[in-house]
Ligand binder design. Structure first.
Ligand SMILES: Cc1cc2nc3c(=O)[nH]c(=O)nc-3n(C[C@H](O)[C@H](O)[C@H](O)COP(=O)(O)O)c2cc1C
Length: 408
């Protein structure tokens, strides 16, 4: 079993992560982790923090001579804003003391964890409140930086086994495409050329991580107009994994289903509201003859290679990977911090008040798509190690290769 934990607050000194259970011998360097962390900053319409902060992970344990050691991997990501933006974060987030004289935040923001978090953990009342700062700081998507770092360790293992995970954005607010048939040709050409890595490298060239230049341009105009109107945008992205062997996940118990786990991987990310696997919600509108993928078999090289004529299932049947590319889409809601105020009420006085604007992005869908790549990669690694796991990477690789020789 592999697992990871993150700790730390958005404006605290640092984020901390521990990755546990990875086999020994997986090739990983800090630069491999930074590669995906820097991709998380991508995206037109990102403001504020994205401009001041660039992440570089520090490995404190578990990796030696560029390979995992089988021991827990300890990661550290300092928050550059903590010291740099000189607005008193060391005092506001002090580990000791009683916070005397520190400004309390008493206006919970709609669409955030602020109010429910304060009600749940007692920050809506004395002795620790009213002050929603502790909720804001841990529920913030800043945490996804450490998640990306942790998941990137698993991603390195997948890469060394020929498994890649990539993503692209298909819709931002009112601009975009809805039917996978409309982008399948562009996407599949990239997958054929260089797997899901070619897909994400192409998407990274667009400021909104879209495959079509024309759509990218229209989307950027849409973001500009939305910003002017003081509003924010959500959107839809697609995550694809290639090189995934047959047989990850299981129908034998609900919590082993790969599709269920991929859905959790997406919905575990802040502000993600829907997941589709393969045809997704469109499968409910079409007759079976247009949804199910006819089975094919090829014996030309003496090995029975089973395939599918199409991939409406998104690479999973019966909760098990079928060797086709895994395809899942996530929908992110618009960012809840708007220039245009929304209604709320003060925790102290109870008086109705408009929200106060804080520096925030217009949209984070391109960034969220890279976080979703990371969490999807993690779930694939979990299922892969359940099937092929061993104490050493070599043992895992040998087992997978033996299956591949059998056509799986
Ligand atoms: C990559 C990413 C970036 C985000 N950036 C912001 C932001 O700049 N401002 C903001 O108010 N919310 C931002 N959010 C959303 C918040 O994290 C917030 O937790 C979320 O909307 C709370 O709603 P939930 O119940 O859906 O998680 C971001 C989310 C993600 C995944």
């Amino acid at each position: 079993m592999i697992r990871y934990l993150t700790a730390g607050e958005s404006h605290g000194e640092a984020l901390v992560g521990i990755v546990e259970g990875m086999p020994a011998g997986v090739p990983v360097t800090p630069a491999n982790l930074d590669e995906h962390l820097s991709r998380r900053w991508l995206g037109y319409g990102r403001g504020g923090r994205a401009k001041v902060e660039r992440d570089q992970v520090k490995v404190l344990g578990g990796i030696r001579f560029s390979h995992t050691m089988g021991s827990p991997i300890a990661l550290l990501l300092p928050n550059a804003a903590y010291e740099k933006d000189r607005t008193g974060w060391p005092e506001k987030m002090a580990v000791t003391g009683d916070g005397e004289g520190i400004e309390r935040i008493t206006l919970p923001r709609p669409g955030h964890a602020d109010l429910v978090g304060a009600q749940k953990y007692g920050f809506d009342r004395p002795p620790h409140g009213p002050d929603v700062r502790p909720v804001i700081d841990r529920s913030s998507a800043r945490e996804t930086a450490m998640r990306v770092a942790c998941c990137s360790v698993a991603r390195q293992m997948l890469r060394a086994l020929g498994i890649e995970v990539g993503s692209h954005v298909v819709r931002l607010g009112e601009v975009g495409l809805d039917d996978p048939a409309d982008w399948a040709e562009d996407r599949d050409a990239l997958l054929a050329e260089g797997g899901a890595r070619a897909l994400y490298e192409k998407a990274d060239q667009s400021e909104v991580r879209m495959l079509s230049d024309e759509l990218s341009e229209r989307t950027i105009e849409h973001i500009k107009a939305t910003k002017k109107a003081g509003d924010t945008l959500g959107g839809v992205y697609e995550v694809v994994a290639t090189g995934v062997p047959v047989g990850l996940g299981s129908y034998a118990q609900g919590d082993r289903r790969l599709d269920g786990r991929l859905a959790q991987a997406i919905l575990s990310i802040q502000a993600q509201k829907a997941v589709e696997v393969g045809d997704g919600w469109r499968a409910g509108r079409r007759p079976g003859s247009e949804v199910h993928d006819p089975i094919t078999r090829d014996d030309t090289d003496g090995v029975a290679r089973w395939g599918r004529e199409s991939n409406h299932a998104g690479g999973v049947e019966g909760g098990i990977s079928n060797g086709q590319p895994l395809v899942v889409r996530g929908t992110m809601k618009p960012i809840p911090t708007l220039i245009k105020p929304l209604g709320t009420a003060d925790l102290v006085t109870g008086a109705a008040q408009p929200t106060r604007y804080e520096r925030s992005d217009v949209t984070s869908v391109p960034a969220a798509s890279t976080v979703a790549e990371a969490t999807v990669a993690w779930e694939i690694a979990v299922a892969l190690l359940e099937r092929y796991g061993g104490d050493t990477f070599e043992a895992v690789r040998e087992r997978i290769e033996a299956d591949r020789e059998r056509g799986l």
